[in-house]
Design a protein around this ligand. Sequence first.
Ligand SMILES: [Zn+2]
Ligand SMILES: [Zn+2]
Ligand SMILES: [Zn+2]
Length: 139
Amino acid sequence: MHIFGKKQVFTCAVCGKELGRHKYKPGEEWGIQGVLCGSCHVEKTKEFIIRQAETPDRCAICKEIVQDGEKPKWQWEMESGTLLCNPCFQKKDADYNKKINFCSLCGGKLGMFYYHPKPTWHIQGNLCRKCWDGQKGKE
Ligand SMILES: [Zn+2]
Ligand SMILES: [Zn+2]
Ligand SMILES: [Zn+2]
């Protein structure tokens, strides 16, 4: 190391090439120490842009960027690979519990026995016996 010598030699942090007068600073978020040559800088810039475009960890509901998102529960029937931010996860969880514990039509609390609406009824969630019978009667 000739740091105190006449000339300090910089090498590219990626390819190790000796750098002359042209050195490029890596972006802070690239996690690279040191300086880069021109071509590596161009490459890394491209790489970083692609990486950012490929992994947009955004909450599936509010579209906010999430740092460490939560995977939705499988019962929620959301697309796989979806992430949710914590507040949306909590909300979804509460909504889901409400949906399975209460009748979709009358809002009455469901006990041990509840009924799945027929697909042709286009009703989400579950029904109490009374509402199920009511729907059936309308068919
Ligand atoms: Zn280089
Ligand atoms: Zn969210
Ligand atoms: Zn009901």
